[in-house]
Write a protein that binds this ligand. Structure first.
Ligand SMILES: Cc1cc2nc3c(=O)[nH]c(=O)nc-3n(C[C@H](O)[C@H](O)[C@H](O)COP(=O)(O)O)c2cc1C
Length: 352
């Protein structure tokens, strides 16, 4: 489980990946996940529409400064020629791997027939895959495909599309174990990934609801997949990658992060975040990460409440950083063995 994985000319250091999540897996978060053990990270999806490629949002999404390679960029769109052009455009800007998004269920994407909606139109999906592979091949850039199990329960065509993709030259498949119809509801199933693994020779990655070392090991064993990919469980808990690798390597649960480690990781995350978004936007967009950290860390209730209030009220980066330091100090000073207050629910945190 701990060996590397070849992807085109690259060897990924391990089989534990962080999933692309729009609005979450920006460069600062990807860097931190990789630092804490994630063997591979893909950018948030980038539109293939040329008129949007110069926007600030797209430019930030395409920013990979200081990120350890290989640099993987996910593209989304509905038009084969535009997708091919988007692949070339991103390769010119440093992409070393191009990932095609056929997994995103968001209406914004689906109404334009992108993301998982493409799974409904296999001819168009094939044309897009072939066009992107043709655009990437001259540059030696591998193409990967991320998809769901199908459009709906009655149409689980991921196995057929997997074969089509392999024949067209795709070099790795990621399977999120839900249909498009399911959105994020219900439990992910990994039988489809297991089936696909028996049908293709390229690496298959299983994704969906993996949130612990045990779950990661269980899914790898049950599917025979080459790797697992983790999304939501890493929000506010990027050290999950370290915990999983530790347990895979030693058979023992990883010790909880020390206050010094947390201070180092979270401070680095925030500083990188402010650097990418600028102080004004960065202080606001860092809130969700801080509230997720709070959810993951727990701590004395009063300290949690103070941090939450300060995170929301802060206008300056310095105020947010100070509030975080104070929280970690208070959490650290909680009497040894004293039970940590239960972290508040995500809904309560984010409603603030
Ligand atoms: C907030 C959010 C944004 C997402 N954005 C993308 C995206 O841009 N591209 C994509 O392929 N999948 C996207 N996904 C799906 C995830 O990559 C992943 O397939 C899904 O969350 C299931 O994995 P998990 O249970 O480990 O979270 C997103 C998921 C979330 C929660």
């Amino acid at each position: 489980m701990t060996g590397g994985l070849a992807l085109g000319p690259y060897v990924l250091p391990n089989r534990l990946f962080v999933a692309p999540m729009a609005g979450v897996t920006d460069r600062p978060f990807r860097r931190l996940c990789k630092r804490l053990g994630a063997g591979y990270a893909v950018s948030e999806m980038i539109t293939s529409r040329p008129e949007l490629q110069a926007s600030l949002k797209t430019a930030r999404r395409a920013n990979h400064d200081g990120e350890p390679g290989p640099i993987a960029v996910q593209i989304a769109g509905t038009d084969p020629a535009m997708m091919a052009e988007a692949a070339r455009h991103n390769i010119d800007r440093g992409a070393q791997i191009i990932d095609i998004n056929m997994g995103c269920p968001a209406k914004k994407v689906c109404h334009k027939w992108a993301g998982s909606a493409l799974m409904q139109d296999e001819a168009l999906a094939t044309a897009i895959i072939e066009a992107v592979v043709a655009a990437c091949a001259p540059h030696g850039v591998p193409v990967t495909l991320k998809m769901r199990t199908g459009w709906c329960a009655a149409v689980r065509n991921a196995p057929r599309l997997a074969r089509i993709a392999e024949d067209a030259g795709v070099q790795m498949l990621v399977i999120h174990g839900r249909t498009r119809e399911q959105g994020y509801g219900g439990a992910a199933e990994h039988d489809t990934a297991a089936l696909i693994k028996t049908l293709v020779r390229i690496p298959v990655v299983a994704n969906g609801d993996i949130d612990s070392p045990q779950a990661a090991a269980r899914v790898l064993r049950a599917t025979g997949a080459d790797a697992v990919m983790i999304g939501r469980a890493a929000q506010g808990r990027p050290w999950l990658f370290r915990d999983i690798l530790h347990e895979w390597r030693t058979g023992q649960a990883a010790p909880p992060p020390t206050t010094a480690e947390l201070r180092d990781w979270l401070r680095e995350h925030l500083l990188d975040h402010y650097a990418l978004y600028g102080e004004h936007s960065g202080v606001r967009s860092a809130r969700k990460h801080l509230l997720w950290y709070l959810r993951a860390l727990g701590g004395p209730r009063a300290a949690q409440q103070r941090l939450r209030a300060a995170v929301i009220a802060a206008k300056r980066a310095e105020q947010q950083l100070r509030a975080l330091e104070d929280f970690l100090d208070e959490r650290d000073a909680a009497p040894a063995g004293a039970p940590m207050a239960l972290p508040e629910s995500e809904a309560a945190l984010l409603a603030a």
